[in-house]
Design a protein around this ligand. Structure first.
Ligand SMILES: C[S@@+](CC[C@H](N)C(=O)[O-])C[C@H]1O[C@@H](n2cnc3c(N)ncnc32)[C@H](O)[C@@H]1O
Length: 310
């Protein structure tokens, strides 16, 4: 049955690379979502293995509880941020793990649920928090960041060429009335376009990059990714594998660079090494993209930890 919360991406490829061993092992899904990847992993390790599922979104934890109900005693779900992976594992009294997956970004559920405020296609409060207990949301960002800070966010995380024009208009308009809805912001981005672009038929909506940038800043996504990846490699057992699916170049660059860095410097500094198993990232097949267009930008990178015998 299709998971209506989120359709997992590159599942066959992830299962292939996780290279399950006899006797179970501990696997971590750092981005549980609707539990799609977790369920596929559990089918391969049940009943000997254990799956830890982490998500900072309580709605994901609730949905995954239902999705994974047929694997009693073999699933532990944790509401938390993967940037705290080592603490989460030490609370569970776990040390070395056999495999880890990160499937980055937002779930279809988060995008679809109007009141979560992630989408410019719906009109709702400008929210965009993955963790609903966090105070800082997109509306606070848009109304409080200085013009310079806004430009920085749009340039850094959206690679938006019109950052200055958009930030200027936001600052002018918010003096008249606070900007609190997704529609208000999307309309402002369109108003900030130069005349020639306004008349064009867009291939992608002009607010796409600004919304991506705000989402990344609100959830501090790239900082969490760097911390999470480092800790994930630390907690992997010898020959344990890490699979990371990213959806845009900023994420992919962090994964690629970190894998290379640990490969180069790992053994000397940390007493372990890393073998990169995907020289080029794995992309979804045309067949998968046809069935699930959201998979089209996915890139999977995989590495294996090597602990030298001393
Ligand atoms: C693309 S979805 C994962 C979908 C999942 N693989 C599935 O099959 O249903 C990404 C999920 O990761 C969560 N997430 C993103 N960043 C996180 C972080 N730093 N810590 C914990 N969860 C995070 C989001 O809340 C979202 O539910």
């Amino acid at each position: 049955m299709i998971n209506s919360f989120h359709i997992p991406v590159l599942t066959k490829e992830v299962l292939h690379y996780l290279n399950f061993k006899k006797g179970g092992g501990v696997y971590i899904d750092c981005t549980l979502g609707g539990g799609g990847h977790s369920k596929a992993i559990l089918k391969n390790i049940y009943p000997d293995g254990l799956l830890i599922g982490i998500d900072q979104d309580i709605e994901a934890i609730e949905a995954a509880k239902v999705e994974l109900k047929n694997f009693p005693g073999k699933v532990k779900l944790v509401k938390g941020n993967f940037k705290n992976l080592e603490d989460i594992l030490s609370d569970l009294k776990l040390e070395a793990v056999s495999g880890i997956i990160f499937d980055l970004g937002v779930s279809s559920h988060q995008l679809k649920e109007k009141e979560r405020g992630f989408s410019f296609r719906e009109d709702s409060h400008l929210d965009m928090r993955m963790d609903q207990t966090q105070k800082f949301d997109a509306s606070i960002l848009i109304n409080r960041y200085t013009e310079k800070e806004l430009i920085g966010v749009f340039e850094r995380y959206g690679e938006e060429r019109l950052s200055k024009r958009i930030a200027r208009l936001i600052v002018t308009e918010r003096q008249k009335k606070p900007i609190t809805t997704t529609r208000q912001l999307a309309d402002l981005v369109i108003r900030a376009l130069p005349k020639t672009k306004k008349r064009k038929k867009w291939r992608i909506h002009p607010a796409t990059r600004v919304f991506q940038a705000i989402r990344i800043e609100v959830n501090q996504e790239l900082k969490a990714l760097e911390k999470g990846l480092n800790q994930a490699i630390n907690v992997l057992d010898d020959k344990g594998r890490i699979c990371v699916i990213s959806y845009h170049s900023l994420e992919d660059r962090i994964v690629k660079t970190l894998f290379k860095e640990v490969k180069r410097e790992g053994i000397a500094q940390k007493n372990y090494g890393l073998k990169i198993l995907t020289k080029k990232p794995i992309r979804p097949s045309l067949e998968e993209v046809k069935k699930n267009p959201k998979a089209r930008s996915a890139k999977l990178r995989v590495a294996e930890k090597i602990i030298p015998v001393t």
